[in-house]
Design a protein. Structure first.
Length: 62
């Protein structure tokens, strides 16, 4: 399986949150997927981990 990497702006849009909120979650939430630094100016997040994290946040309604 090939995993897509998301830049922070793309990941924030995918989650429906602002970029500042995305960075705060990345810093403060222990269960948030870890960022991958590709270079000094390029940081990404693994798409499969992001989708799995988002799905785990879903609240089940009975």
């Amino acid at each position: 399986m090939t995993s897509k990497n998301y830049r922070p702006k793309q990941a924030a849009e995918y989650l429906g949150i602002g970029l500042a909120t995305f960075w705060r979650w990345a810093k403060e939430r222990h269960d948030f997927p870890k960022m991958i630094r590709l270079s000094a100016r390029c940081t990404v997040i693994d798409g499969d981990q992001l989708v799995a994290w988002r799905d785990a946040q879903a609240v089940k309604v009975s």
